[in-house]
Design a protein around this ligand. Structure first.
Ligand code: GLA
Length: 388
């Protein structure tokens, strides 16, 4: 059985076992990596993520009692909640908060959400920075929209799923992850303008070019990631205010030096420099990909990493080790992907060199005494969809 069929079968088996009977349908949403454009989304800037061939599947059916029951492979017992808990952000916690958050966001937007029984299975690893939470949100959202016959076109799903995460779960994240997992397309990266939500599907056909993206799970323990993320976001917002712009996206690359000169502390200057130069790197990457020059994006990926390490200060030793080892082993470019303080690194490599690069990273890890990394090659996959 393929991995995709297997995870769907696990969701169905979970549904039958917990609730009896058959689900009305199954909906799948992928994890994501971000090719480039980090911490730019909440600055109204540009990102270029793609959906992964790892998926979360929810098997679901309407429940007539108007309540929600959610089982996942992560727990033995289902979590149950009703409208009162759904309407009070924070009442449901743990992984089920992402489900309750979607119910909350739909209700807050005026939709009549049907009660439902849901069973969730997932191949997206939790806590690796591959957006397992956005995958749950998107799959549940797709299920509830369809089960309830809600009038909610898919281009409005990312903002709604983001609200679930921001306002119910309480994580002040941007709109990248939800957009990537909802709107991703096979063979393409998603160029998203986070201010306008305009998207362009950029061809990213690694296979035809003999290339691969190696995703390296750093296995670094998360070190205060939530608090640090919120602190970076605040710092960017303060800087935008000080510069008199709505968001750092409004600082043009050519105006960067003048803008920096107007800020009086060096830390804020570094934060601003990261965001402004990162937006430009996204635009440059898109230009190269449009011209079919995939290999040439390597230096931009590596420059993005240096900027995250030195200016935004969100990398950790395991992550920097993985990037350095991948580059030394011949990767065209490598960078941390996602929010930081752990998570994954991606490296652009020749497909037939992927194993050697992975081995070099593992060896560097062993030298430093780090827990062995996880490695896999990935191709851009499709977004959220109904399976049957
Ligand atoms: C996390 C957030 C995203 C984005 C990235 C950093 O993945 O969920 O919204 O801010 O970090 O680029």
């Amino acid at each position: 059985m393929s991995a995709a069929a297997d995870v769907a079968a696990r969701a169905t088996a979970g549904f039958r076992q917990r609730y009896g009977g058959e689900p009305a349908g199954r909906w799948a949403a992928p994890g994501r990596v971000n090719l480039i454009g980090e911490h730019t989304d909440y600055n109204d800037g540009f990102v270029l993520p793609f959906a992964l061939p790892l998926r979360t599947v929810v098997a679901a059916a309407v429940a007539d009692d108007g309540r929600w029951s959610v089982w996942s492979e992560l727990d033995d017992e289902p979590v149950e909640f009703g409208p009162a808990e759904a309407d009070e952000p924070g009442r449901v916690d743990g992984w089920a908060a992402y489900v309750a958050g979607v119910v909350w966001a739909l209700r807050a937007a005026g939709h009549t959400v049907p009660g439902a029984r849901l069973a969730i299975a997932s191949d997206v690893p939790v806590g690796s920075g591959l957006s397992s939470s956005a995958a749950i949100e998107a799959a549940v959202l797709a299920a509830l929209v369809e089960l309830g016959g809600l009038d909610l076109p898919a281009d409005r799903w990312p903002r709604l799923a983001q609200r679930a995460e921001n306002d119910y779960v309480g994580a002040p994240t941007g709109i990248m992850d939800q957009s990537a997992v909802i709107r991703g397309r096979p063979g393409h990266a998603l160029f998203l303008d986070c201010r306008t939500e305009a998207v362009e599907q950029i061809p990213f056909d690694l296979g035809a070019a003999g290339l691969a993206v190696l995703v390296i799970d750093s296995r670094a323990p998360h070190r205060h990631a939530d608090g640090e993320y919120a602190a970076r976001r605040k710092s960017c917002e303060r800087a935008a205010k000080a510069l008199g712009v709505a968001a750092l996206r409004d600082v043009a690359t050519g105006d960067l030096e003048a803008a920096l000169a107007r800020l009086d502390d060096t830390e804020t200057r570094r934060r601003v420099r990261h965001v402004v130069t990162e937006d430009q790197r996204v635009l440059d990457t898109v230009e190269l990909l449009r011209a079919g020059r995939i290999r040439d994006i390597g230096p931009l990926l590596t420059a993005s990493h240096a900027s995250m390490r030195d200016d935004f200060e969100i990398t950790v030793p395991e992550i920097d080790t993985a990037v350095e080892a991948a580059l030394a082993a011949g990767a065209y470019g490598a960078r941390m992907t996602g929010g930081g303080f752990g998570g994954c690194v991606l490296a652009l490599v020749d497909a037939d060199a992927a194993d050697a690069v992975a081995a070099a990273v593992a060896a560097a890890y062993a030298d430093r005494g780090f827990t062995a990394p996880g490695t896999r090659t990935v191709l851009p996959a499709g977004g959220t969809t109904r399976l049957d």
